[in-house]
Design a protein around this ligand. Structure first.
Ligand code: GLA
Length: 701
């Protein structure tokens, strides 16, 4: 990876961005090349009406910016940039390398990515490149250089957007060569690789480096260690391309933020590694309006974005005003839901609300995807809502740069994700994101703010850490979690954690090998339950009952207390859930997927014991979050219910959306939002909380 030329810090660059934008970024992808010039003028006027202060240009414009090899045409983009500037609208300029043009792939058809089965993707969509192809890399960098040089001083330029949703794995010849080179860097010798990949299993021993390559479609199952390394390689090689583009742009514009856009629950790229190379995390988020609780998975992704750069504000880079067009059934958002989702993102640390896209296309693949201005023009409900939100957001300028704090962390780690879902395991339907969501949901419902951490993070700031299916732990990570508990932390570990080492090799001596010491418990056998809803009963140590499904284990205690035992099925009588006192802390082990009621009660008890409190007690379905900084504190209340909800805001403050003072009981309409600048930063409730925390920490940490 290249080293980033330093001028200002990411924080300085973001501060500069929001100062120039006058607050929260608001706008969307703008594709003027799809429209005649008279529409551009109307666009600029309507953008002003909607309060837009930032548009993303050129995401898919390579074929219009480099019309044939080395022939650049920036004239039209200059005109659009000038137009934006004249209307006071900033530009987030994209490098369009997600779409290598037809002339380029015609010259070099092997730029197209190859699937594991040898099929090659054809031209006609996007992300149709193998990032290891040297000509693709060279041409993409050359274009970035030209754009950096040409636009560095343009007064509309506010930030850069590198590529778009970095994507596909390729199993083609260029990836093959690059993968081999990456492995040669990683392993000191071929023997080292043979050991790490357990190649003696099924006689896969390599005798020369030239035999080692991408894990193309095998006859049956393939080597999980090899495939894990291939995932690591793919993420790293795409990131390497990103950082090369970034470094070019940074040289031309040292004080402007540079980002790329992430996706929801996106497995291909390790976003911890990626976010470290960006100025801000930026997310494309498309919750499905058909799912009543889609805001919960969205919340998880928002908290992940907030955590990726250690609490630094992030941006919604894309969302829909109404329906998307990529699913089998594309349902539009109900009135008020786009606004609610936007405030949810802001409550969870976003300083930008952008859409895909400004004007709904009349042709091409996404012509049915909603936009800020739809096919009917600006005379619609959606455009009214867009304008109203744009006006409201102006009153939130003081929020930018503020942060949230959490005392609970949940582990989210791409190595764990890749290793868990590689198959050849006791069940093939393991879904890492759903395992994380399962432990996240009760805390979301209880309005307990959480951070996410990877397995390498220092945990000392947290009172409680949850570890859902953290399947792969290095020796060093395992030691860090153990030290965290021994120093007084509380840990909750679910099944399928700590099973394999760095090479995806099983840790011996009883599952979960990396954690059996701290858990004071170990399993001799995994017993997944049948997929047809099979359940077992549990007896709780307080005499209550619960149930479990999907996953169970034949668990033994080795010092831990039993919190729940299997009461039916083949493991009847054996421990199911345990808690181990370890050093000054404790570690809970869930050997089974326990039911939601028991899980909530267990996590509630852990929170209380750890001195962790909800942001505010509110009715179910009302999300409460806080952001603070610059001597101010902001309280967000978001009613995700379809019915009104009454909440008590205590000492209260100023409602930033109306400018009116608010205190005590407040009624939120369905999908209603309250953003309060709290009267007293050091209010008594917070003081009470601090005192209680200090007292609990004395006993629990
Ligand atoms: C992604 C892409 C956009 C658009 C949207 C549609 O996020 O980046 O170009 O296709 O999906 O929802």
């Amino acid at each position: 990876m290249t080293s980033e030329p330093q001028a200002s810090t990411a924080e300085d660059r973001l501060k500069g961005l929001h100062e120039r934008l006058g607050g929260i970024a608001y706008g969307g992808d703008y594709n003027p090349e799809q429209w005649p010039r008279d529409v551009w003028l109307e666009d600029a006027r309507l953008m002003q009406e909607a309060g837009v202060n930032l548009v993303t240009l050129a995401v898919f414009s390579w074929s219009r910016l480099e019309t044939s090899d080395g022939v650049y045409d920036f004239g039209w983009l200059d005109d659009v940039m000038d137009l934006m500037h004249r209307h006071g609208i900033g530009v987030d300029l994209a490098t369009p390398d997600a779409v290598p043009p037809a002339w380029l792939t015609q010259q070099h058809p092997d730029i197209h990515p190859v699937l594991a089965d040898g099929t090659t993707f054809g031209f006609g969509s996007r992300q149709h490149f193998d990032v290891s192809h040297p000509v693709y890399r060279r041409k993409a960098l050359a274009l970035a250089e030209r754009m950096g040089e040409h636009y560095a001083k343009h007064p509309a330029l506010r930030m850069w957007h590198v590529g778009n949703e970095y994507g596909p794995l390729s199993y083609g010849p260029w990836a093959d060569k690059a993968f081999r080179g990456w492995l040669q860097q990683k392993y000191s010798s071929l023997e080292d690789l043979n050991q790490a990949w357990s190649t003696d299993v099924w006689g896969q021993v390599y005798s020369d480096w030239s035999q080692v390559g991408v894990p193309a479609q095998p006859r049956t199952w393939s080597n999980p260690s090899r495939r894990l390394d291939f995932h690591r390689f793919t993420s790293a090689s795409m990131l390497d391309h990103y950082t090369a583009v970034r470094d070019i742009l940074r040289r031309h514009t040292p004080d402007l933020p540079i980002v790329t856009n992430f996706m929801r629950f996106y497995k291909t790229n390790d976003y911890w590694a990626w976010a470290a190379e960006e100025d801000a995390a930026a997310l494309d988020i498309y919750p499905d309006p058909r799912e009543a609780d889609s805001h919960v998975a969205a919340a998880l992704n928002f908290d992940l974005m907030r955590s990726l750069r250690n609490g630094q504000p992030w941006m919604v880079m894309e969302q829909a005003t109404g329906a998307v067009s990529q699913w089998p059934i594309n349902v539009s958002k109900l009135p008020g839901k786009m606004r609610l989702g936007s405030y949810q993102a802001i409550a969870q640390g976003s300083d930008g609300i952008l859409f895909f896209q400004w004007r709904q296309a009349r042709g091409g693949t996404e012509r049915y995807h909603s936009a800020m201005v739809g096919h009917a023009g600006p005379i619609t409900r959606i455009f009214r809502e867009v304008c109203e939100l744009g006006t409201e957001l102006k009153s939130l300028a003081g929020l930018t740069g503020t942060r949230s704090s959490a005392k609970v962390a949940i582990v989210f780690d791409w190595d764990c994700w890749w290793a868990l879902e590689l198959g050849n395991s006791p069940r093939s339907d393991l879904n890492y994101a759903q395992e994380v969501l399962r432990l996240y949901r009760p805390l979301f419902d209880a309005n307990v703010t959480v951070d996410f951490v990877d397995t390498k993070r220092d945990l000392s700031q947290y009172s409680l850490v949850l570890m859902p299916a953290a399947y792969l732990l290095t020796d060093e990570s395992a030691r860090r979690f153990e030290d965290y508990v021994s120093d007084g932390g509380r840990l909750v570990v679910s099944y399928l954690s700590g099973i394999v080492d760095e090479s995806n090799t099983i840790r011996l001596g009883g599952y979960p090998g990396a954690l059996r010491n701290v858990l004071g418990a170990w399993s001799e056998e995994m017993h997944p339950l049948a997929g047809d809803g099979e359940e077992v009963k549990l007896t709780l140590s307080d005499g209550g009952t619960a149930s479990a499904g999907y996953w169970t284990e034949h668990l033994h205690t080795d010092g831990a207390d039993v919190l729940a035992s299997y009461a039916s099925g083949r493991l009847a009588g054996a421990p199911a859930v345990t808690r181990n006192a370890f050093g000054r802390g404790s570690a809970v082990y869930l050997s089974a997927r326990v039911d939601a009621t028991f899980l909530s009660a267990l996590l509630d008890a852990e929170c209380k014991a750890a001195g962790v409190h909800p942001e505010l007690d509110g009715p179910r379905g009302v999300q409460v979050r806080r952001r603070a900084g610059k001597g101010k504190r902001f309280l967000f209340m978001l009613n995700h219910n379809d019915a009104p909800a009454s909440v008590n805001v205590g000492g209260g403050g100023t409602d930033l959306l109306t400018g009116h003072p608010v205190q005590g009981a407040v009624e939120l309409p369905p999908s209603g939002v309250l953003v309060l600048e709290e009267n007293s930063v050091e209010d008594t409730r917070l003081e009470d909380r601090r005192t209680a925390d200090a007292a609990t920490n004395d006993t629990t940490r």
